[in-house]
Design a protein around this ligand. Structure first.
Ligand code: UGB
Length: 598
C-alpha cells in the first residue's frame, strides 16, 4: 500500500489481483517506500507482460496451476477412464503408386499452404551452444537447417505454381516461433544470409514468452533467486505456437489470401520435407482437419505414440500420448507388458514426429473458441513422497500436438505414416547420451542426422534406378552408423520422386566412397558412373547433362573426437570431418545447354 504512488491504475489492478490470488509473499521483501523504486517498477512491468502474454492472464495461470498441481499430488492420471487402441490412418510406402499420386496432389496444394517452424527451444539434450537451426544438416555442403527449410519452401512454391500454371506465383508464408533464448540469433542468421533467398517480408518471427514458475502446490509464484523484484520464468513449451498465431492476426490474413493449410514442423529434422508433398496430398484427399506425420516407432522409443483414446463416457480422440505415459496407460488398461513391439518389430502405435498439417478454416474456427490455449500439464520434481515441496520451482507446459484435445468429435483427425528412413532423423542428443542408446534404437544425434540424409538420398536414387553401392558400417563418437555415399541435392533439383526419376536416365552408378552434391534445378544424370567426388552448381535454365565415368580421389570421412575442443563444435558433435582430397567441380552461371563429361 505504501508504494501505491509508484503504480499506474492498471498496475494497481494487477497488484490487487496478485493479492487476491494469494501472492502477498511477492511483496514481503520490498524495501521501504522511496528505496529501490526502479526495481519495483520493473517488477510490475514484468507482471504486466506475464499477464498479457498468457490467454486469460496470470489469475487464470495461477488457478490452472493449482488444479494441475492438486491432480499431480493426488497421482491422478490424465488418461483416467480412457482406453488406448491403435488408430487407423494412411500408411505410405515411398515410391509406390499411391505415394506418387499423393505427392502430385500435395505439390498442387503447396501454394495454398503456410509453414510454421517452432524454434524456441534451446535443445538442452543436445548441449550445443548456438541455435539448432544454424547447425549444418550435413557437412558435405554445410547447408544449415534453416537454409534447408527455406530452400524447400521456395522450391515448393515454384513447383506448385508451375504445376497449376499460376498466373502470378503465390508466396508461401513462413513463420518462425522463437523465444528469448533463440530470437536474436535466428534473426541474425537470417539477416546475415539475405534470408537464404526468401523475401524478408515472407518471413515472420513470433517470439514466445516464458511463463511464471511456482514454488509450491498453492502455486505461489517463485522469485528469481538473484533478484527479489523479478518472478522466475521458464519456457512454456511449443504449444504456445497456437495462441501466438491466433493473436498475431496472421491466420485471418492467410484465409483472406485463399490459403488452406498450415504446416507445423520442428527445428532439426533434415528429412522432413521429403515427406511433405505426399502428406499434404493425404490431407487434401482425405480432407483431414488434422494430419499428424508419423513413423514406425520402436516400443519405448523416446517419441510420443499416436493413439486412439476412447473414454468410458463415449468420447474418443486420436492424439499423441508422450512415450513416458503410453507404457503406464497400456499397463493400466489390460496390457500387462505395456508398450512392446508387435510382430513387425515395431510398436503398433505410430511414432509422432510432431509435424502437423492443419486445415486453416477449421483451425481458425477452433481457435476463435479457445484463443489458442492448449491443454497444459505440470511436471514437478517433489522432494519426498509427501509431495508437499519441490526440489526446484516448476511451471505449466503445453505441447503443440495437444491441439486436437479440445476438438469436437466430428473433427477429422488422421495421421500419415512414412518410412522412417525418408521422414525422420532429428538432431536432439549429445554424443555421450547418443552412444548409450540401446542397440537398434535411433541415436537422434548430429552423427545419425547427417548420415540419415545420405542414406535417404542414396535410397531414393536407388529406387529411381541408379546403382548405389550399399553402406558400410563405421563408428563415430561411439555410435555405429551406416555410411552411404554422401549424396546431396538442393530441393529444386528433386522435390518429389517423379522429379528425381525424370532427372536420371540410362545406366548410372555411384560407389560407396563417392560424394555427389547437385546444386541446381536442371542437372540431368545420364549413364553416369561416379567413383569420387562430383560437385555441380548451376543457375536455373543451365541445362547440364552429366555423363560418363568420373573418377578421382574424392572426399574422405575422418574420425575426430568430440572432446577435442580445437575443432569447431558443429563438427565435434558429429565425430567426423570431411577431408576434401580431390573432386570434379563445375559451375554454370549462365542459362544454356551443357554437357559435363570427364
Ligand atoms: N520448442 C519451442 O519452440 N518452444 C519451447 O518452449 C520448447 C520447444 P524438443 P520434445 O521430435 O521426436 C517433441 O525439445 O518437446 C521447439 C514432441 O513433444 O526437440 O522433447 C523446439 O525448438 C514429441 O512427441 O522435443 O518432443 C523444437 O523445434 C516427439 O515428437 C520443438 O519444439 C519429439 O518432439 C521440439 O522440442 C520428436
Amino acid at each position: 500500500v505504501k508504494n501505491l504512488h509508484l503504480l499506474s491504475p492498471d498496475q494497481i489492478e494487477l497488484a490487487k489481483m496478485l493479492l487476491k490470488m494469494g501472492q502477498s509473499h511477492l511483496f514481503q521483501h520490498w524495501a521501504e517506500p522511496g528505496a529501490e523504486d526502479d526495481q519495483k517498477k520493473a517488477f510490475f512491468a514484468q507482471v504486466a507482460k506475464l499477464n498479457s502474454s498468457y490467454p486469460g492472464g496470470l489469475a487464470s495461470y495461477i488457478k490452472t496451476a493449482r488444479e494441475l498441481l492438486a491432480d499431480s499430488k493426488a497421482g491422478k492420471n490424465p488418461y483416467d477412464g480412457f482406453t488406448p487402441s491403435v488408430p487407423t490412418g494412411e500408411i505410405l510406402s515411398f515410391g509406390d503408386e499411391n505415394f506418387i499420386k499423393f505427392e502430385e496432389v500435395g505439390i498442387k496444394e503447396a501454394q495454398n499452404a503456410a509453414f510454421v517452424l517452432v524454434a524456441g527451444g534451446l535443445g538442452e539434450r543436445l548441449g550445443y551452444n548456438g541455435i539448432k537451426v544454424a547447425l549444418p544438416a550435413e557437412t558435405t555442403t554445410g547447408t544449415c537447417f534453416l537454409q534447408l527449410y527455406i530452400e524447400h519452401i521456395l522450391a515448393l512454391q515454384e513447383a506448385s505454381s508451375r504445376l497449376t500454371k499460376g498466373a502470378c506465383q503465390k508466396e508461401i508464408p513462413f513463420v518462425i516461433m522463437t523465444s528469448d533464448d533463440t530470437h536474436a540469433s535466428t534473426l541474425e542468421l537470417l539477416e546475415s544470409n539475405s534470408y537464404f533467398g526468401m523475401k524478408p517480408t515472407q518471413v515472420k518471427l513470433l517470439k514466445q514468452e516464458k511463463v511464471a514458475c511456482v514454488d509450491d502446490n498453492d502455486a505461489r509464484l517463485a522469485l528469481d533467486p538473484h533478484n527479489k523484484y523479478k518472478i522466475q520464468t521458464k519456457p512454456h513449451g511449443h504449444g504456445d505456437v497456437h495462441s501466438l498465431l491466433y493473436s498475431s492476426g496472421l491466420l485471418n490474413i492467410w484465409r483472406d489470401a485463399g490459403l488452406r493449410w498450415v504446416l507445423f514442423f520442428q527445428d532439426t529434422n533434415g528429412l522432413l520435407f521429403k515427406a511433405i508433398p505426399a502428406s499434404l496430398g493425404v490431407s487434401a484427399t482425405k480432407q483431414y482437419h488434422v494430419n499428424s506425420l508419423a513413423v514406425q516407432r520402436k516400443a519405448k522409443e523416446a517419441i510420443g505414440g499416436i493413439t486412439r483414446l476412447t473414454h468410458s463416457d463415449g468420447r474418443s480422440m486420436v492424439i499423441n500420448v508422450e512415450y513416458n505415459q503410453l507404457d503406464p496407460l497400456l499397463r493400466a488398461t489390460g496390457h500387462p507388458d505395456g508398450d512392446v513391439n508387435c510382430e513387425t518389430g515395431y510398436s503398433p502405435f505410430p511414432g509422432n514426429i510432431n509435424q502437423l498439417i492443419l486445415e486453416l478454416g477449421p483451425y481458425i474456427e477452433e481457435l476463435s473458441k479457445t484463443g489458442g490455449a492448449i491443454k497444459e500439464f505440470v511436471n514437478p520434481k517433489y522432494k519426498d513422497a509427501s509431495k508437499t515441496s519441490f526440489k526446484s520451482s516448476t511451471r505449466l507446459e503445453c505441447m503443440m500436438q495437444d491441439y486436437p484435445k479440445t476438438l469436437p468429435p466430428t473433427a477429422r483427425v488422421g495421421f500419415t505414416v512414412m518410412d522412417t528412413w525418408l521422414a525422420y532423423a532429428p538432431v536432439k542428443n549429445n554424443p555421450e547420451d547418443a552412444a548409450k542408446v540401446p542397440k537398434g534404437n535411433p541415436y537422434h544425434s548430429a552423427t545419425s542426422g547427417e548420415m540419415a540424409i545420405y542414406r535417404a538420398n542414396s535410397l531414393i536414387l536407388k529406387k529411381a534406378g541408379v546403382q548405389v553401392v550399399d553402406a558400410v558400417q563405421q563408428v563415430f563418437n561411439g555410435q555405429e552408423v551406416d555410411v552411404w555415399p554422401r549424396v546431396t541435392w538442393n530441393p529444386k533439383w528433386g522435390l518429389t520422386f517423379s522429379d528425381i526419376k525424370n532427372k536420371v536416365s540410362g545406366s548410372c552408378s555411384i560407389s560407396q566412397r563417392s560424394t555427389m552434391a547437385l546444386k541446381g534445378r536442371d542437372i540431368f544424370l545420364e549413364d553416369l558412373s561416379l567413383d569420387g567426388a562430383l560437385i555441380v552448381d548451376s543457375v536455373d535454365g543451365a541445362e547440364v547433362k552429366v555423363e560418363g565415368s568420373i573418377q578421382n580421389k574424392g572426399w574422405l570421412l575422418e574420425s575426430i573426437d568430440y572432446k577435442d575442443t580445437a575443432i569447431p563444435e558443429e563438427l565435434r558433435i558429429r565425430g567426423f570431418k570431411i577431408n576434401k582430397i580431390e573432386q570434379l567441380k563445375k559451375t554454370y552461371g549462365e542459362p544454356g545447354k551443357y554437357s559435363l563429361k570427364p
